[in-house]
Design a protein around this ligand. Structure first.
Ligand code: HEC
Length: 482
């Protein structure tokens, strides 16, 4: 039974359904982090009804329900009530005349089943010891550093020494669990998501002591502080930064305090820098007009711009832009088995992505996305389209990916060749098992460890994680043998 008010949305919805059927042939990158819906075809009436009557507003894959702050309760009876009576003031139509009681209940149950996989992140067990189980072995955490409130980035110096940034604006050399503050760090705008961010050492660090670090750089304009993602190159002379040079500064400066991106990677003589769209999705990520926000950049480590970069400015000069259409990319790493640059970025609500970065490509934000906006509004119903490069993997709900690293050492049985990604939101370490460029399985490690900011494999082959826990720690992971 279709009630008259419903004809218009029904037409719109049908076209969404058709579009997504075509699209699904192409996209095979679902893993268990995608709700189980839709893949089964529409075998039940509830599935069919969902697609005909609800998907147009609530998303094909129940996007709006998956990662939701429920307003009216999420018990079966609450959903039944809502579907029957609607929430007219909020724009939710009533379906009492559309469905029988039985149909309504089945539809409510169908939604509750579909979003079950969100609950897999609800681990309440707080870690009690430094031992954590994994599928292959028991992990033991060695504390390498503490006292770093928000450890954002870690780099490896020689002799087992670490360099760690604290987002608040301090940098530390850490040896034998002793932190020594590095002097000469520039002023940073330590507000919101900004501050002192990533750090890497030069490939020839042993000889030249050069490091690179990213930070939120401020600028006063008419009494207001604007900020942007900047990268400094400097010499680490003992405990002091000398020979400082700003080699990258993303334009334009913005009044917001979030989405700085800012992970750094050195590879084959280039420095790659990720920059977020600073919360202005309509203006920044798709604009190549002297706009460096919402993009990945490639420069030489001395700040020069490679002549073979993919984009030129209106005077025909190469720009720093390497790819665009990125939202908030907080990790970059080279896949050692292919030599390709991998990236993760935060989606809006749902739709965090892993991308393989290719020169000149457009990653689609905000034109295409798997996520919805935080206010529950669908940003775009398109998850793919011509001219946009699709992610190889995405997470609904969002895990809020931070740093990542490929495991190449033999220290961890079953991990070699796979990818580790930190989760800020659910406070764990995500192990992505790879087959070629596909994530075929995921395992949750170090559950409830704290907001995990960075993960790196050290020159000793061990994995190190930077965690915002009560102590502000860096841990080294080991295989525990009793
Ligand atoms: C015309 C758009 C539209 C259609 C069609 C629609 N809804 Fe809604 N629905 C909404 C809006 C808007 C809200 C309020 C959401 C908000 O404020 O975030 C809502 C809210 C809800 C809620 C309450 C969520 C909560 O937070 O408590 C449920 C349950 C729900 N819808 C189920 C359905 C089901 C099942 C269908 C299909 C039979 C459906 N809706 C069809 C727009 C729609």
């Amino acid at each position: 039974m279709i009630n008259k008010n419903f004809l218009f949305p029904a037409i719109a919805i049908t076209s969404v359904v058709m579009f997504s059927c075509i699209k699904k042939e192409k996209k095979e990158n679902y893993t268990q982090s995608t709700p189980v819906i839709a893949e089964k075809g529409y075998q039940t009436d509830a599935a069919q009804n969902y697609h005909n009557y609800c998907a147009g507003c609530h998303g094909e894959k129940m996007d709006m329900f998956v990662d939701r702050q429920w307003k009216h309760g999420r018990e079966l009876k609450d959903l039944v009530f809502g579907i029957k009576n609607g929430y007219k003031d909020e724009g939710m139509p009533a379906f009492a005349e559309t469905f029988s009681d039985k149909e309504t209940e089945e539809l409510a149950q169908y939604i509750l089943d579909g979003i079950k996989n969100v609950d897999r992140y609800n681990f309440d067990d707080k870690p009690k010891t430094n031992l954590f189980e994994s599928d292959n072995f028991t992990i033991k955490l060695d504390t390498v550093a503490t006292g770093i409130a928000v450890p954002w980035g870690i780099a490896f110096l020689s002799g087992g020494e670490l360099l760690v940034t604290d987002r608040g604006g301090k940098m530390y050399r850490v040896k034998d669990r002793k932190n020594t503050e590095v002097n000469g760090v520039p002023d940073v705008v330590a507000e919101g998501q900004g501050g002192l961010l990533d750090v890497v050492t030069d490939v020839d660090y042993e000889n030249n002591s050069i490091i690179y670090f990213s930070y939120s750089k401020g600028k006063k304009v008419n009494g207001k502080t604007l900020a942007t993602t900047a990268v400094m190159r400097a010499k680490l002379n003992g405990n002091k930064l000398t020979d400082q040079k700003i080699i990258f500064e993303a334009n334009p400066y913005a009044p917001t305090r979030h989405h700085y991106g800012s992970r750094l990677v050195l590879d084959k003589g280039y420095l790659y820098i990720s920059v977020g769209e600073r919360g202005n999705e309509n203006q920044n990520p798709q604009s190549l007009d002297d706009n460096q926000l919402g993009k990945i950049h490639r420069i030489y480590p001395d700040g020069r711009i490679p002549a073979n970069n993919p984009f030129k400015d209106d005077k025909g000069k190469p720009t720093t832009v390497y790819c665009y259409g990125n939202r908030n990319p907080q990790s970059l790493a080279i896949n050692p088995s292919t030599g390709e640059l991998w990236e993760t970025e935060h989606g809006p609500r749902g739709g965090d992505e892993i991308n393989i970065i290719k020169p000149g490509d457009n990653y689609g934000w905000p034109k295409v996305s798997y996520g919805i906006n935080y206010n529950g509004k669908v940003i775009t119903d398109k998850t793919t389209g011509p001219g946009f490069t699709d992610p190889i993997h995405y997470w609904i709900p969002s895990i809020a990916p931070s740093g990542m690293t490929f495991v190449t050492s033999d220290h961890y049985k079953g991990w070699k060749g796979n990818l580790l990604v930190g989760s800020l939101r659910f406070q764990y370490l995500n192990l992505c098992y790879l087959e070629g460029n596909k994530v075929v399985k995921e395992e949750m490690l170090l559950k409830n460890i704290g907001r995990l900011r960075d993960v790196r494999q050290g020159p000793d082959g061990f994995i190190y994680v930077a965690v915002e826990d009560a102590k502000g720690s860096v841990f080294r992971l080991r295989k525990f043998t009793p």
